[in-house]
Design a protein around this ligand. Structure first.
Ligand SMILES: NC(=O)c1ccc[n+]([C@@H]2O[C@H](COP(=O)([O-])OP(=O)(O)OC[C@H]3O[C@@H](n4cnc5c(N)ncnc54)[C@H](OP(=O)(O)O)[C@@H]3O)[C@@H](O)[C@H]2O)c1
Length: 361
């Protein structure tokens, strides 16, 4: 790319926003020129606005420290400074829906981490290796919004990334019933142990709204584009329990699967490790070389050892074995704030850029 695209991060001061800022620090295609947050932060430098809230293991990038934070709600003013935005604001669903559409209508593409638009029929929800063809609905969305280049694209919930990629890799064996339990990190709630001491040595068997997302979103990912809308797949039916566990980063899932077609462990493992998509073919900057790794050791994948596989963009699967009630069972692990949040959104943006949906204004 001759000149880097100008990027804004909406919700830049929050947990996911900080992850965007960190991952974009040396990005070959994108330069963060605008940071925006609530009116509480607006007018301060990014460094002042974040203050003691910096939660990343790496230091705050120098290039953003002195950027003056803009108010997310000043849509025209923010949009005028950028080619596209990443969205990670924490507002009500209705507010997020409205503000992301407002940005799109200023001809500013929005790549969102938020759930607000995940079920809007003409908004693509994409895991770039799995369903990049869903970007086709953008044409219908632009027609509805009356835009030429403005649109919204979203990434799915962090919880599904530990098992949905495996189901996609095994599509030809026709998985039709899945039981999954997720063991989810506290950073998924925007928290560290310092600000959520109740989670030390504790398990909380409830994460608001998460089970429905974990059961339904894989069906939309595995769905098809019909008449400018995404039609969700009917199978596999999924039932899920989502549990908060005392882990900082990394969502684990234990899943049981029934397949219509008989298969073997060798075939299942082969499908996992050979599964790749456009990000690998196009060699996108944030694409993992290996999307899914399979680990033979009985005690892997482990959060502390494996969460950063492929810089947090790869999925680790292990413990694949035959089951007495279901056909097969396995354990999956993914990085919830990298692949599951900012990294997944950045990979979507890279694919949208490579496909010509995002360009300089
Ligand atoms: N954490 C995760 O792993 C994860 C994963 C998937 C999805 N998500 C979703 O991503 C979004 C952000 O999550 P987070 O954990 O980063 O939240 P967070 O740490 O609470 O950050 C929220 C951000 O939104 C801004 N904000 C809050 N109220 C606002 C308002 N009224 N107007 C404009 N901006 C406002 C905040 O600005 P100030 O600093 O000025 O208050 C901050 O920049 C949420 O919708 C969350 O559900 C999070």
């Amino acid at each position: 790319m001759e000149k880097k695209l100008r990027v804004g991060v909406l919700g830049a001061t929050g947990m996911v926003g900080q992850r965007f800022i960190s991952l974009l620090a040396d990005h070959p295609w994108y330069e963060v020129v605008t940071v925006a947050a609530s009116p509480r932060s607006a007018g301060k430098t990014y460094e002042e606005a974040v203050g003691g809230r910096w939660k990343m293991a790496v230091p705050m990038p120098e290039a953003v420290k002195k950027l003056v934070v803009m108010d997310v709600n000043q849509v025209e003013a923010v949009a005028a400074t950028v080619d596209f935005v990443f969205s990670a604001v924490d507002m009500t669903k209705e507010e997020i829906k409205a503000i992301e559409e407002a940005y799109a209508k200023t001809e500013t593409p929005v790549v969102s981490n938020n759930s607000a638009h995940r079920w809007t029929p003409d908004v693509p929800m994409v895991i770039p290796e799995v369903n990049p063809e869903h970007f086709e609905v953008i044409a219908a969305q632009k027609k509805r919004l009356g835009t030429e280049r403005g649109f919204i694209a979203v990434k799915p919930n962090c919880s599904i990334q530990s098992y949905a990629p495996a189901l996609a890799a095994w599509k030809e064996f026709e998985p039709y019933e899945v039981v999954a339990t997720t063991y989810q990190a506290i950073s998924g709630a925007g928290k560290t142990f310092k600000d959520w001491p109740e989670m030390v040595e504790n398990i909380i068997p409830y994460i608001g709204g998460e089970e429905e997302k974990s059961e339904q979103e894989p069906l939309r990912i595995l769905g098809t584009v019909e008449n400018g809308e995404i039609v969700k797949a009917k199978e596999p039916v999924i039932t899920c329990q989502c549990i908060r566990v005392p882990v900082l980063d990394g969502h684990t899932a234990a899943a049981f699967v029934k397949f219509r077609k008989k298969t073997t462990k060798e075939e299942l493992v082969e499908k996992l490790v050979s599964f790749k998509g456009l990000p690998q073919e196009l060699d996108l900057p944030s694409a993992p070389k290996q999307f899914i790794q399979y680990m033979e050791e009985d005690n892997r994948p482990q959060v502390t050892l494996d969460v950063d596989f492929e810089k947090g963009m790869g999925i680790s699967i292990g413990r694949l074995r035959e089951d007495t009630v279901y056909d097969w069972k396995f354990v999956g692990l993914s990085h919830n704030t990298v692949r599951g949040a900012a990294g997944g959104a950045i990979l979507c943006a890279e694919l949208l850029t490579a496909k010509g949906y995002i360009s300089a204004k």
